[in-house]
Structure formats: structure tokens, C-alpha cells
Design a protein around this ligand. Structure first.
Ligand code: NAP
Length: 292
């Protein structure tokens, strides 16, 4: 199987870069090899490489910056995935794409199901939602996996931010009214990989039959405050922490350019019913990620 992976250096893409070579030839692309804003290049490269599977782990993920860099966010999150879907449909290839809980407005009081109405509150969510629509319109064999609060132990994730703040401050004030599913990038990549394992060598037919939107995120949900509390508890170098008080605060105390949904937990039962896998409980994954 020939695979093209977009976004190889991102939280999720980095994990895929390790796993996917198991399945054959993999061509990993990032901004240097291909800037997704250059839409014609996506077309050229996919037509030239003719992959059997495209995994799109790339995205414009700067939620606040997207409010002003709207065109760029739309190109990367909406037009580029649409083009990937059109090309994969024409060549009978599979597209696996990721979307976000931020397509929802967070105003219902239970975890969101796939067919709940979308109503993004910010430009990032709007661009991701438009990407979903473009993929659906193109048709073909695609999976749109909506996930949420993705973290890794590399780079500037929420987990690493909390660990850094805890080493510099005696009091941490963390938003307590935003709730969703913390999702370890490795668990997300590995669970996606189980689909590839399950349906070889008939991946195309299997995905075409099951194409659609699925929620796939860490099991259970938490507020950012509860997440931070658990991060501090799992810290293997706890003695380095200065923090003495962790305080839940309202989102109103940290105004941001982009509005965020308050309750955007995802109900992942459709994925579990269809593929018979699920992600571990978010606390278990966090413990595993932090004890590496
Ligand atoms: N992070 C979250 O909390 C979260 C929550 C819900 C859903 N998601 C979704 O999950 C997926 C994976 O997210 P992630 O956290 O792994 O993202 P990430 O770490 O921000 O990585 C995004 C990747 O996209 C690449 N990229 C951005 N602009 C590009 C461009 N113009 N041309 C080529 N590549 C470009 C980045 O390249 P560079 O390394 O060069 O910047 C990076 O490799 C995305 O679809 C995201 O929308 C994420």
C-alpha cells in the first residue's frame, strides 16, 4: 500500500510517521515539501504519487490567529481537504481526515453525537466545518474523525504548558467551565491504525461502505481545571513543582480573540459500534503518556 501523510511534524502526524511505514511505502509531507496553501501543488503531487491512502493530519490549528488569518485557515482546513477528497475519489483511494469538537457551539448538556447540528463559534471551527462539508460533497471512501483537546508530550501542548507553569508559579488559575475529552495523539493514531489492520487488504471497500463522520476522542471528559489537576498528579518530577494552589476560574477571566464552546465533549459510541475499538479513558492515557 502506498500512503501519503500530510502534517508529519504535528502532534498526530508525528505519531503516524512512526506507525504507518508498517503498511508499505509512506511519503510524509510537511510545509517545507508542500505548503497546503498552494492548492494546485496538492493536486499535482497526489496525481503524481497515486497513493492508495491519504492520511491528513495537517491543519491550521491556531484557534485565535484564525480570527484574523481567515483566508489561510480556510485554504488549509477547508479547500485543501476538499481537494484531497476529490482526488482520492477519482483514483479509488482512501482519505482519513481529522476534524474538531469546535464545530459545535457547546450549548447542549450532553456529549455531542455525529448528527447533532454544527454551529461553530469561531473561524477555526468554521473552517474545519467547511472542510467536512467539502469532503462529504466530493464523496468517495473517506473517514472524518472528529476529535478534541489533542495533546502530546512534545512541543507546546496543554500538558507541557501546565508542567511549565507549575514550575514557575505558586498559584495556577485554570479555566473550569470548558469541558471536553483530553485525547493523547498516540492513542488517536494507534486506534486509527487498528482500522487499517482490521480491513487489510480490502481497505477501500471497507471504508467506502462505512464512510462518514465519526467522533473519536479520549473516553470520558473533564474541565480544563480537572485536566490540569490530573497532569500535576501524574507529573513524574513532582518535586520540581512550585505550585501550591490550583484554582478553577471562569472563561470570562481569560478573554481570547476566538470564542470557545463551553461543553464540547464528544460521544464516541458510533465509532465503537462500527469499528469495535475505542480510546482508553483519558486519565489512563494521560498516565501512560506522562510515564514514558
Ligand atoms: N490540537 C487540538 O487540540 C485538536 C483538537 C481537535 C481537533 N484537532 C484536529 O486534529 C488534527 C491534528 O491536530 P494536531 O494537534 O496534531 O495539529 P498540529 O500539531 O498543530 O499539527 C498541524 C500540522 O499541520 C501542518 N501545517 C499547518 N499549516 C500547513 C501548511 N500551510 N502547509 C503544510 N502543512 C501545514 C503543520 O506543519 P508545521 O509543523 O510546519 O507547522 C503541522 O505539521 C487536526 O485536524 C486538528 O484540526 C486538534
Amino acid at each position: 500500500m502506498k500512503i501519503v501523510l500530510f502534517g508529519k511534524n504535528g502532534q498526530l502526524g508525528w505519531e503516524f510517521q512512526r506507525i504507518l511505514p508498517l503498511w508499505g511505502e509512506i511519503i510524509c509531507l510537511d510545509r517545507e515539501e508542500l505548503d497546503l496553501c498552494n492548492l494546485h501543488e496538492i493536486q499535482d503531487i497526489l496525481k503524481e504519487l497515486k497513493p492508495d491512502l491519504v492520511v491528513n493530519a495537517s491543519a491550521y490549528t491556531e484557534v485565535d490567529q484564525a480570527e484574523t488569518e481567515t483566508d489561510k485557515a480556510m485554504k488549509i482546513n477547508a479547500l485543501a481537504p476538499g481537494l484531497m477528497a476529490e482526488i482520492t475519489r477519482k483514483s479509488d483511494a482512501v482519505l482519513i481526515h481529522y476534524s474538531t469538537d469546535y464545530v459545535f457551539d457547546g450549548r447542549i448538556n450532553r456529549p455531542y453525537k455525529e448528527d447533532d447540528s454544527t454551529n461553530p463559534l469561531n473561524m477555526y471551527g468554521k473552517s474545519k466545518s467547511a472542510g467536512e462539508e467539502n469532503i462529504k460533497q466530493a464523496g468517495g471512501a473517506y473517514l472524518i474523525l472528529r476529535t478534541s483537546w489533542v495533546y502530546s508530550m512534545r512541543g507546546n501542548s496543554f500538558v507541557n504548558k501546565v508542567l511549565g507553569w507549575a514550575r514557575k508559579n505558586e498559584t495556577l488559575r485554570i479555566v473550569g467551565d470548558q469541558i471536553s475529552n483530553p485525547t493523547w495523539s498516540r492513542a488517536l493514531a494507534e486506534t486509527t491504525n487498528l482500522i487499517l489492520a482490521e480491513y487489510q487488504p480490502n481497505l477501500f471497500e471497507a471504508i467506502r461502505e462505512r464512510r462518514g463522520v465519526y467522533h473519536l476522542a479520549g473516553s470520558g471528559y473533564a474541565s480544563r481545571y480537572e485536566w490540569a489537576k490530573q497532569i500535576l498528579a501524574c507529573d513524574p518530577n513532582r518535586t520540581e513543582q512550585w505550585v501550591r494552589t490550583l484554582e478553577p476560574v471562569s472563561s470570562d477571566e481569560f478573554p481570547t480573540p476566538a470564542a470557545r464552546p463551553l461543553f464540547s465533549a464528544l460521544d464516541c459510541s458510533k465509532f465503537e459500534k462500527t469499528f469495535h475499538f475505542s480510546l482508553p479513558d483519558w486519565k489512563e492515557s494521560l498516565q501512560a503518556a506522562m510515564s514514558e
